[in-house]
Write a protein that binds this ligand. Structure first.
Ligand code: SF4
Length: 439
């Protein structure tokens, strides 16, 4: 009888896509996907290491799973993802954990699971620079048949000094453009309305074979032309690699969404240097200026954090000033927390007091909320195409969806349903949401 595998995912969209790959690998070896953790024979937890809190969640979850193991002695529990890569041995010491696998070791997960049957605890955290999981049919673990994710690169070579990803996901490698096109076509055949191309830094995508040398601007055009009825999105971009060719590709192709997520992290050149971000404030602002000239209605979002080593009040003021110059529609904002194993943890003092970090974070959030409110209010009276994602949490009569700028819109349902593209005229706005009516 098929064994049932339950997969739980934490962290970024990259992990969501990886969990679907793992589900496909387990399925290919006769495991069936289980959505109820209490009925599983195997539990796989896909983890994130980007911040301390992300890892704390996993230790708490393992304590809960202890009770399930008491009820089912044959239950197998495995940890995968970035935390698995970072602290495999420590995880194996936990009484509940039977196996651990890093992001390059998913292909032989079924073997790892079966080898634990003889009572061993096992881990595989070998890096494999050639591994892109090409040829693996992803299995959707969620029920959302609207948006699909296709990982186009794995790993990262940028070594930003605060970041653990290059140590947990290994060196950068690009999937074959033929595999990517095949995955996108399979999503279209399954009725998906949107595809997001994923990578730690999609802009440095590069794949060469006997026929073609394909960089990211060419790849995204190939995808857009292959599925003209689907929306095409991408994340995450590194500002040092955002080229005019990519900006032109977005401007010239209607189904490539006019939205760019461009993490700036800081507005101070001194801090950007300490972060090893490899661009300056001036370079970043010039890219933003070019985007606004070529794609006037482009939605802009970013990742920004405060309190990095050596950040003074003047440096922080430069970050707030840059936020006002750019006018992001949305920003993900954090205060710096040291990640053991990063260059910063070894070479830079965490010298900004916790209280100052908290205070700066709340000021940054205030500034961004003011900007988002002004940007959203400027949309009142305009009409946008919205991809309906579902019913609003607040009312069954209301639907929600996103504009191509990735803004959330809530509106009365009328006869529309999930997966429809509808035209919505904006009538109200808050800093987080737009409201409107179907026209
Ligand atoms: S680009 Fe920098 S922040 Fe992003 S994953 Fe790579 S090292 Fe981390």
């Amino acid at each position: 009888m098929n064994k049932k595998v339950y997969i739980e995912t934490y962290g970024c969209q990259m992990n969501v896509a990886d969990s679907e790959t793992v589900a496909g690998i387990m399925h290919s070896r006769d495991y069936s996907a289980e959505t109820d953790i209490n009925s599983a024979d195997v539990i796989i937890i896909n983890t994130c290491s980007v911040r301390d809190n992300a890892e704390k969640k996993i230790w708490n979850r393992l304590d809960y799973i202890k009770s399930l193991k008491r009820k089912n002695k044959n239950l197998k529990v495995g940890i995968i993802g970035c935390m698995a890569q970072r602290i495999a041995e420590k995880l194996l010491e936990h009484p509940v954990v039977d196996f651990v696998a890093g992001p390059d070791a998913y292909r032989n997960l079924p073997d790892l699971v079966s080898e634990t049957d003889i009572g061993f605890k096992l881990s595989n955290t070998d890096f494999d620079i050639s591994e892109t999981y090409s040829g693996i049919e992803q299995l959707k673990t969620g029920t959302d048949e609207i948006s699909g994710f296709v990982a186009i690169t794995r790993g990262c070579n940028n070594f930003c000094s605060y970041c653990i990803v290059p140590y947990t996901r290994g060196r950068e490698r690009s999937s074959s453009y033929k595999d990517i096109i095949a995955e996108v076509k399979s999503l279209a055949n399954k009725g998906f309305k949107e595809v997001t191309l994923l990578g730690q830094n999609v802009n440095s995508y590069l794949f060469e074979d006997d026929e073609n040398k394909v960089d990211f601007p060419l790849l995204i055009k190939m995808v857009a032309h292959t599925v003209p009825e689907m929306r095409v999105r991408f994340t995450t971009s590194h500002p040092k690699d955002i080229s005019d060719a990519l900006i032109d590709a977005i401007a010239e192709n209607k189904n490539i969404c006019n939205h760019i997520h461009l993490p700036v992290q800081s507005g101070s050149n001194k801090v950007l240097e300490l972060m090893n971000r490899k661009y300056t404030r001036e370079w970043y602002l010039e890219r933003i200026k070019t985007i606004k000239e070529k794609i006037p209605d482009c939605g802009l979002s970013s990742d920004i954090f405060c309190g990095f080593s050596g950040e003074t009040e003047e440096d922080f003021q430069e970050t707030l000033d840059l936020m006002n110059i750019v006018g992001y529609d949305l920003a993900f904002m954090f205060k710096y927390s040291v990640r053991p194993g990063t260059a910063a943890s070894k070479n830079l003092e965490d010298d900004v007091p916790e209280e100052a970090k908290k205070e700066r974070l709340s000021r940054m959030i205030k500034v961004q909320n003011k900007i988002s409110l002004a940007k959203n209010r400027a949309d009142i009276g305009k009409t946008y195409e919205v991809l309906v994602e579902g019913h609003s949490k607040r009312s069954e009569e209301m639907l929600f969806g996103r504009t191509e700028q990735s803004k959330v819109v809530v509106f009365p349902a009328e006869n529309a349903k999930r997966g429809d593209f509808v035209m919505v005229k904006i009538t109200e706005a808050s800093s987080a949401t737009l409201k409107g009516i179907i026209v």
